[in-house]
Design a protein around this ligand. Sequence first.
Ligand code: PXG
Length: 460
Amino acid sequence: MTSLPARNTTARWRDSDIQHHLHPFTDTKALAEEGGSRIITGGQGVTLTDSEGNEILDGMAGLWCVNVGYGRKELAEAAYRQMIELPYYNTFFKTATPASVELAEKLAEITPEGLNHVFFGSSGSEANDTIARTLRYFWKLEGKPDKKTFISRQYAYHGSTMVAASLGGQAGMHAQVDLPLPGFVHVMPPYWYDFGGDLAPEDFGLVAAKAVEDKILELGADTVAAFIGEPIMGAGAVVIPPESYWPEVQRICRKHDVLLIVDEVICGFGRTGHMFASEYYGLEPDMMTLAKGLTSGYLPLSAAMVGERVAETLIAKGGEYHHGFTYSGHPVACAVALENIRIIEDEKLVQRTHEVTGPYLAARLAELAEHPLVGEVRSLGLIAAVEIVKDKATRTHFDEPGTTGTICREHCLAGGAVLRAVRDVMIMSPSLTITEAEIDALMRILRSSLDATAKDLGVG
Ligand code: PXG
């Protein structure tokens, strides 16, 4: 066995990490008290390795992004080739690179009809920020400068810049820094399990859609720029709306001339068993946000897709658009995205998710429904959730939301799998390359973790 140099021991890394590294969404004091971070050192397929040599099944594809799995040499080689050829050039001042041009063309080809222009950024947050800016400018150019409010939903996640967090509906993010900014409002999410009461899901879907219309009417349609939503909420706990919801929301937006922004940062690139979830829900967005699965997370890249109506006005009347990032259209990230999309297409990962692994995961999840702690299981393709509840009949959660979810998540980790807990919902979104045997392994770990959680709680 080779021993690591002294400086690189796990303890040394952990110590240094605590001393100098501020992590996202982390209580640094608590992390230090618990002994510091798990140091991830490698990945292959759906399996991670940590610095102590443990193998961990990654049920989350990183943060919902490693769609083609870890260790894809093709992506490394695409990055290498581009770095040797041209590691960086920008897309400002009348320049482009072959990679950025080719990716823009490819995205126009594969995204839903009418989305033919793209503005590149490096993160989902930047893409949503770009969309908010672009739409405010659009309505100004249209002679309607008052149309500048954005309607979103509670529990939505659209990123972590001031604008993206304002678009999002995460109470914890808002409370700490007095968000949302003016001009960002939120309505009820289409979350039947927690909000649906005695209504049938399809009836509740219409009620949740009506909340959008009520808000438009309350504010006045002439002040509303757009409605934004993830087709399936990810970080909000995999909220899969009733089938009645999206068609009705789209109808309402059209009726009031409120533009529709679809955030496909998580759902895009095959996650739901469709290249984009908009296809599944019959959505024809005016704008669309892409990131994560665009490069399978191998490099940071995002795309704000701009529909014909907005693009036409922007181009015909907008003049120079005072917006952009140093890394907009970064050639290495674009080259990796092109190769990543090639892999998704050539390996038929979308069809596989739709026809094989998605239905298989759903069937295996259904077996968990009988568990005393499980109130509901839900999934579409390879995005899934398991509700942990105190009382199945009344859909009542345990007191202190988040406690049981955290217990279960820790059991999963001890059992060798990374799953996320959002409040008391266990969620998963594995790589689209996951096999049925690997789904079996994930389900085994989840079931034994639910058993252990029940034991901790004295349930069952
Ligand atoms: N939109 C959606 C739907 C997202 O899920 C973003 C935008 C922002 O992307 P960036 O690249 O700016 O992070 C996201 C990001 C979690 C978690 O805990 C989810 C995200 C990010 C970090 C953590 O589930 N989603």
